[in-house]
Design a protein. Sequence first.
Length: 206
Amino acid sequence: MTFSSWLRNCKCSIERRWALYQALRRKTISRRVVTRPRLEVLEDRWLLSANAVMVTSIADDGSAGTLRYAINQVNAGNYNEIDFSIGTPHSAQTINLTNPLPALTASGVYINGLTQGGSGNTTRLIELNGTNIGTSSDGLLLQGSNCTVSGLIIEGFSNGIEMARAISYRATVVMACLSIVAAAAIRCRAVSSARTLLAQLPWPTT
């Protein structure tokens, strides 16, 4: 083999090796790009509280799954939130009371009617109706402090929500997404700053 032939073969071998190296390098870079971690935008969600008692029935007999049962459970200190999941998801449900509900004596309780509609719901779907329990009735009687009521329709009561304990106006918060049709939407008994409370709550009454 002449020197020139050897030189050509050597050059071809080097070119083939270089081409193979470049091909392998491109594949490695391509794999790195494909497998690179990515951040994806997910829809907003909220989770049900891990310490919530669920209302699953429109009955008013005090059995498990009723609102009456749920209030008794939070009063006993077993839970600090009442959520709703009655019937078909996202369906409107009416709880017709046969007797006044027990007073909510626990503090720091959240009654969240909007949970009936699932994640991200802003529509009131749970109605609390007191037509069958006569006059001088309260929809909800709050005696604890730092309680929050949200996402309910409250109708057919003398007082939609009554706060009967001498507490400051900051202690019990009633959120704006309520619909209350009653002789008195919110009645504050023995609360010196009741006027301040009502002025700070732009909730609808129809």
